[in-house]
Design a protein around this ligand. Structure first.
Ligand code: PLP
Length: 355
């Protein structure tokens, strides 16, 4: 029995892996592998249609919001978002709460004026400043809902009148939100809704068509909407795995059911973390992420030892991001509560021995 706390790519429900592996050999009793059928066949069109309608249902999207499955990781969206939304003579507002947000800022600067309206850099991104001014003429405000590396998460939607654009790569469909409040949402699938190779995108079609630059066909969201994510060959297998994962989320009681489970996991982990003086959590409590818990050990000499114990107990992926150090445990949707129980028992034992 292994416990997979990897930050991404990361754990998926075991039934999804089973169904996906079956489809590799004999997809829906067609006698063909899902990897050798045309994407414009009814067999695959059904997969795409079901994936899109599951997203609409789970997010309770209104008719203005379109759902797309696009190539490339979330990093592609750092460029594609401003390409489609930010004119050269206009301003976009960005919040800088960590590594991923700052990468998005770097790309946006290639396209227009970028104003960083808020940054948590002064305290190593261990908190989320909630007060900031967005220029009245900003075409959108971009932020990262969950900072995968630094372990912070927005538990409310930032207050602004500007159209909202969010990178939800590491917490999409992990908790209930008014998804219709967003003009654009993007997420690389490999953390909460599938495998690497596909982006889930939700876009309010009313914000498109406002830039004057020429947009290459494959980068223009409007073409993907018109072609129902089939402008060219889509990443068929990645979309299939997302569809299976979305089905699983629905079976788990939809987003409300998943949120309850995620709350239980985070509450258990952080209560034990706060109980054990040997471990520290650098993030301020109210901004702690329920998806990625970042923690350290008081005595750096014990760091290696703790990682060795984790390895022995089959706890995978506990080593912190290279830029932050320490430890990180990711509690994505598919991680069962039982894995968190094992992790906290290991932490308690370690603390008893060395604390
Ligand atoms: C993982 C991650 C990304 C990068 O995703 P890629 O698919 O590797 O491009 C971007 N943003 C956030 C918040 C992430 O967690």
């Amino acid at each position: 029995m292994v416990h997979n706390f990897n930050a991404g790519p990361s754990i998926l429900p075991s039934e999804v892996f089973k169904q996906a592996s079956e489809a590799l050999l004999n997809f829906n009793n067609s006698g063909l592998s899902i990897l050798e059928i045309g994407h414009r066949t009814p067999l695959f069109e059904e997969v795409m249609n079901e994936a899109v309608s599951l997203v609409k249902e789970l997010m309770q999207l209104d008719a203005d919001h379109e759902v797309l499955f696009l190539h490339g990781g979330a990093s592609t969206q750092f460029m594609q978002v401003p390409y489609n939304l930010l004119n050269e003579d206009k301003t976009a507002a960005y919040i800088d709460n960590g590594i991923w947000g700052s990468k998005a800022i770097k790309e946006a600067r290639l396209f227009g004026n970028v104003e960083v309206v808020s940054s948590s850099k002064d305290k190593n991104h261990t908190y989320l400043p909630k007060r900031f001014e967005v220029p009245a003429d900003a075409v959108y405000l971009h932020y990262t809902t969950n900072n995968t590396v630094e372990g912070t998460q927005w538990h409310t939607i930032p207050e602004t009148d500007a159209p909202l654009v969010a990178d939800m790569s590491s917490d999409i469909l992990s908790c209930q939100m008014d998804f219709n409040r967003f003009s654009l949402i993007y997420a690389g699938a490999q953390k909460n809704v599938g495998i690497a190779g596909v982006n889930l995108l939700v876009v309010n079609k009313n914000i498109l068509g406002k830039v004057t630059r020429k947009i290459p066909t494959i980068l223009d969201y409007r073409n993907h909407i018109e072609n129902k994510s089939m402008l060219n060959t889509p990443p068929v297998f990645a979309i299939y795995v997302s569809m299976l994962t979305l089905r699983w989320i629905k079976k788990m009681g939809s987003v409300a059911g998943i949120e309850k489970l995620n709350n239980e996991k985070a509450a258990l982990f952080y209560s034990v973390l706060d109980d054990l003086p040997i471990f520290k959590g650098p993030v301020v409590k109210e901004d702690r992420s329920k998806m990625n818990a970042v923690f350290t050990i008081e005595d750096p000499a014990l760091e290696k030892q703790f990682l060795e114990v984790c390895k022995k107990e089959n706890l995978y992926g506990i080593k912190g991001h290279r830029s932050v150090g320490g430890f990180r445990a990711s509690f994505y949707n598919a991680l069962p509560l039982s894995s968190v129980k094992v992790l906290v028992e290991v932490m308690k034992e370690f603390s008893n021995k060395f604390g």
